[in-house]
Design a protein around this ligand. Structure first.
Ligand SMILES: Nc1ncnc2c1ncn2[C@@H]1O[C@H](COP(=O)(O)OP(=O)(O)O)[C@@H](O)[C@H]1O
Ligand SMILES: O=P(O)(O)OC[C@H]1O[C@](O)(COP(=O)(O)O)[C@@H](O)[C@@H]1O
Ligand SMILES: [Mg+2]
Length: 498
């Protein structure tokens, strides 16, 4: 028994045992009689020796990997990879690549590997770079990209194409795609960018154009749902260690030394959480998902006093989006936005440093010596590390295989360790968040010994109770509009530590 329902965002295929495939759109969903070609990889000496190199059309990847014997099979995504047949002749392809939003380690690697993947695997020679994000489609000249031009770029931070916020004008962008004869669009960006990619795809479809739109999710904050982790995240966590080490050295070298390190994380505190867990020198980690307070019993000041008395020094890591509600109480609420509509944050690192200094000066309790380190842009601007480079390569190659196979309106993404194609709406409808009632945050609390800043409200008293037999969704995501989260068993952020 099975069924299919579809709209322009994607197709829902159901099968036996509660199997659901959230499929991605394909060019032949809205264009009839498209010619099909054999995949040129068949005669590529590097790949022709691989057994079962081509992905079977029925291969799908489950979203939920922990199951009970009677669980429904649940949601699946189409497995990424090369197909036997492709929908583009290499000579007919005119591809373009655009990078949007904030920087992230690995952007240049993804650009490099899209260019090299298209060229070396499929023989595509016409590839354009769009200069400076979405607005570059209609306001700038394009940049010619060849394997030679991109050969060394993965060793550099940033994006050779430039990036921007704001400037998304759907009809001007699609006019430019149409006028230039572009038929494959590779869009590298975060939640905002992928919302933009989704409307570009919708408009292309409305005009009936044979143009494949592929997204490669980028976010240093790791705030994109469904996928195991975003590229550049590992690099960011690794680089954050240098700042934490410096804070620790400074703090332990003086009496009552406090090192405060601010890390990125506008709405999601994954970098701060993982950098803290990796370091073991951090005594307190503050993230947007975990509200905290300063004064009184169980508050931050009380904890700082305790740590200083016991150890003589301490290190605090704070994500940039943490404590914003406290800041807006004490500062004039800014309520400003960047060009993309993202809330502009006040500097929580400076604010908390001042608050701590004021507290100890006022109480005349103990003289403290506080050093504040803000490495945020230094972390974001570095090249990706070795493991992110490999990850970026596979993401880029998956995007190329998907577009060549005629899929469109999709992003690539690692789900439970397998590369998949995911419909745009699944990526843009929610935000990935640290769930503070989950095991990973508990691991952090037990490693730092910091207060949870939580009352007992909402936390179950009965620790001996058997966990519910029902398997919950397994997503640490928060609804964009309602701000409500799926609080569930087994939700941890980046894979590998589940
Ligand atoms: N809802 C949206 N619809 C169309 N374009 C959007 C939307 N949100 C953001 N964008 C565009 O996406 C680009 C990047 O968005 P931004 O939020 O700055 O970064 P990121 O993609 O990294 O989250 C910008 O050019 C912005 O105009
Ligand atoms: O100063 P900018 O360029 O606006 O970037 C700051 C923001 O970029 C981020 O790294 C996230 O950016 P994206 O949404 O572009 O992924 C946040 O952590 C940070 O608030
Ligand atoms: Mg964003």
């Amino acid at each position: 028994m099975g069924g299919l329902s579809s709209d322009s965002q994607g197709k829902l295929v159901t099968g036996d045992g509660g199997y659901v495939l959230e499929d991605v759109p394909h060019l032949n969903d809205y264009i009839d009689d498209l010619p099909i070609y054999p995949n040129p990889l068949r005669s590529n000496p590097a790949y022709s020796v691989v057994k079962q190199y081509f992905v079977h059309t029925d291969d799908t990847v489950p979203q939920k990997i922990v199951v009970h014997k009677d669980s429904p099979r649940g949601i699946h995504f189409r497995r990424a990879g090369p197909r036997q047949k492709v929908y583009f002749e290499p000579d007919d392809v005119l591809a373009c690549i655009v990078t949007c939003g904030g920087l992230c380690p690995g952007l240049n690697t993804v650009i490099r590997e899209i260019v090299c993947g298209l060229n070396y695997m499929y023989g595509v020679t016409r590839i354009l770079g769009i200069d400076g994000g979405y607005r570059g489609f209609y306001s700038k000249n394009t940049i010619t990209l060849t394997p030679k031009v991109v050969n060394d770029i993965h060793k550099r931070g940033g994006t050779i194409l430039g990036t921007s916020r704001g400037g998304h004008d759907t009809s001007k962008i699609v006019d430019s795609i149409q006028d230039r004869g572009i038929n494959q669009v590779y869009i590298i960006g975060g939640d905002g960018t992928l919302r933009g990619a989704s409307v570009i795809y919708q408009e292309i479809r409305r005009r009936g154009l044979k143009v494949a739109v592929a997204g490669i999710p980028k976010t240093i904050d790791n705030d994109i749902p469904v996928i195991d982790k975003s590229f550049g995240f590992d690099t960011a966590v690794e680089e954050a260690q240098r700042a934490i080490n410096a804070a620790h050295v400074e703090a332990e070298s003086v009496e009552n030394g406090i090192g405060v390190v601010k890390l990125m994380g506008r709405y999601s505190g994954f970098i701060a959480m993982f950098a803290t867990l990796a370091s073991r020198d951090v005594d307190c980690c503050l993230i947007p998902e975990s509200p905290f307070y300063l004064e009184g019993k169980g508050g931050l000041f009380e904890y700082i006093e305790k740590v200083l008395k016991e150890n003589g020094h301490m290190v605090i890591v704070i994500a940039e989006g943490a404590g914003q509600e406290l800041l807006s109480e004490s500062l004039q609420s800014m309520n400003q936005q960047d060009a993309s509509g993202n809330k502009l944050l006040s500097d929580v690192g400076l604010w908390i440093s001042q608050k701590i200094k004021d507290h100890f000066a006022k109480q005349n309790k103990m003289p403290i010596n506080l050093k504040y380190i803000d490495p945020t842009y230094m972390i974001r601007a570095i090249p990706s590390n070795a493991s992110d480079n490999v990850y970026c390569t596979l993401l880029a190659q998956s995007a190329v295989h998907g577009a060549m196979a005629g899929y469109t309106g999709f992003t690539v993404g690692l789900v439970n360790g397998r590369h998949t194609y995911i419909p745009f709406n699944r990526i843009t409808e929610k935000q990935n968040k640290v769930v503070i009632t989950d095991r990973m945050w508990a691991r952090l609390l037990s490693s730092t010994n910091q207060p949870s800043f939580l009352g007992t409200k909402g936390v179950s008293d009965d620790k001996d109770e058997e966990p519910s037999a029902q398997l919950l969704d397994g997503e640490n995501v928060q609804d964009e509009k309602t701000g409500t989260g799926d609080i569930s068993e087994g939700t941890y952020g980046p894979a590998g530590l589940k």
